[in-house]
Design a protein around this ligand. Structure first.
Ligand code: DLL
Length: 433
């Protein structure tokens, strides 16, 4: 099923000419209305009228999260506040949040893109959609809410937290779609089991999961333990919120990025050079329809690649491969680049190990150390020490084989690693800066 046939299956040529036209317009608009962009483009020696085609995009400078911080709170808004009908903010780990504003038309477009995303993920009118993304400054809750109403699903605005109540509502109300982070979906399954209930007996069909990195192995785990089809949804508040890209249920392979609203590029995160199609690097997004806070060449820090091959679902919008982490999540351990998702895929491939882990990085003398704390299941935990030791050795070896670094494995008792109702915290880096 396709929500907006006309735009979702637009032939590539028409799509690209629409993008070029919209790009020209947005570049002119930000230059005329946002002092930051005017100075930024002037400093780079580029005038808006020089941007004529999609290839010209590369001539524009990047916009960074720091630019949002420097212009806190409203400095990057391209519309006066009396035209902004909603404000969201992303918390960030340090300092002030990044603030985004939406005009009425922005909210309509966001709702449309979330409607497309839900339908692509397999949801439809008549579904009972249990929305456990947080409502509030975080874009997940409200973003999903409006899109779900638009397609005619019955939305349960649960927000995060209160896991027991979530389970009761989900079962009693007959929820068919679950929206939350991948890690929370597993936690729900586990909390149900603790109450002697199997979440797979609920009516849930599909989980539309995102807001944090997860692996293919974790998908398998979720599908088995929650008894749903698990669909990946991507987005970030600086660009929109959820609904920048989504997997289609037909292929479940790569996230269609809505190219009539966004232009994706992949760059080398170290040099800023645009990489050839298909190569992995940092995702850069330009918004071409946003009014409140348009973003020109925004460096997302997310690592992925573009899949240009046509998709079996018939949508013409290209796909992004599953995010393999953020360039600023990348750990450098003894000179080796390590993404937490790589370790996750090793862990998920080992029987007896549960999908709950945390990586602790530290420094002893001048040497970086990595400890992987991971839960084992009840059965393994009550096994003999020999079994635990051999499991631990095997895990260490597999990580070493994949990444070339040695680490310490600490197998811990089931349910000792903190669960999160939102984005999971997977890394604790104790190294002095
Ligand atoms: O997480 C928006 C969202 C809500 C997306 C609900 C999907 C579902 P922020 O809080 O601004 O916005 O965080 C954005 O989260 O740059 C990625 O690093 C990460 N992220 C989001 N979706 C995915 C995903 C929301 N599917 C940041 N896979 C992004 C991997 C993701 N990482």
């Amino acid at each position: 099923m396709i929500w907006n046939d006309e735009f979702e299956t637009l032939p590539r040529e028409a799509l690209e000419s629409l993008q070029a036209k919209r790009l020209q317009r947005v570049v002119e608009r930000v230059y005329a209305t946002v002092p930051f962009y005017q100075q930024h483009f002037d400093a780079a020696g580029i005038k808006p009228e020089k941007i004529r085609s999609l290839d010209d995009l590369q001539r524009l400078p990047f916009t960074l999260k720091q630019d949002m911080r420097d212009n806190y709170p409203y400095g990057l808004f391209a519309k006066p506040l009396d035209q902004i009908v909603r404000i969201h903010a992303s918390s960030g780990t340090t300092g002030k949040p990044t603030v985004v504003g939406y005009t009425r038309r922005d909210i309509e477009n966001w709702t449309e893109l979330m409607a497309r995303s839900f339908v692509a993920a397999g949801a439809h009118r008549g579904d009972i959609l249990h929305n456990a993304y947080g409502y509030g400054l975080f874009t997940g809750g409200l973003g999903a809410h409006y899109g779900a109403e638009k397609i005619g699903a019955s939305v349960i605005p649960m927000s995060g937290g209160n896991t027991k109540k979530q389970l009761m509502i989900m079962r009693d109300f007959g929820s068919t779609i679950l929206t939350c982070t991948p890690s929370y979906s597993l936690y729900l399954a586990e909390a149900a089991a603790e109450e002697g209930v199997d979440i797979r007996d609920f009516k849930l069909r599909i989980g539309i999961l995102g807001a944090e990195p997860w692996s293919e192995k974790m998908r398998n785990e979720i599908e088995a333990k929650v008894g749903i089809k698990a669909i990946d949804i991507y987005g970030l508040s600086e660009i929109l919120g959820p609904g920048v890209g989504v997997e289609c249920i037909e292929a479940q392979s790569g996230l269609h990025i809505w190219e009539d609203h966004f232009i994706p590029e992949i760059i080398d995160p170290n040099t800023g050079v645009v990489l050839p199609e298909g190569e992995q690097g940092e995702l850069v997004i330009t918004t071409i329809t946003k009014e409140g806070i348009p973003m020109i060449r925004y460096r997302t820090r997310d690592i992925t690649r573009i899949i240009a091959e046509p998709c079996i679902c018939g949508r013409t919008h290209r796909r992004l491969a599953r995010m393999c982490g953020r360039s600023d999540d990348m750990l450098i351990i003894r000179g080796v680049n390590v993404y937490p998702s790589q370790i996750e895929s090793v862990l998920m491939g080992i029987d007896g190990i549960e999908p709950h882990y945390v990586l602790i990085v530290d420094r002893e003398g001048s040497l970086d150390t990595l400890e992987v704390q991971v839960e084992v299941n009840e059965q393994v935990f009550s096994d003999e020490i020999k079994v635990l030791q051999s499991l631990s050795r095997r895990t260490e070896k597999e990580i070493k084989d994949l990444l070339g670094i040695s680490c310490r494995i600490r197998l811990v008792e089931p349910k000792t690693i903190a669960r999160s109702e939102g984005k999971a915290q997977r890394v604790i880096d104790n190294r002095p800066i």
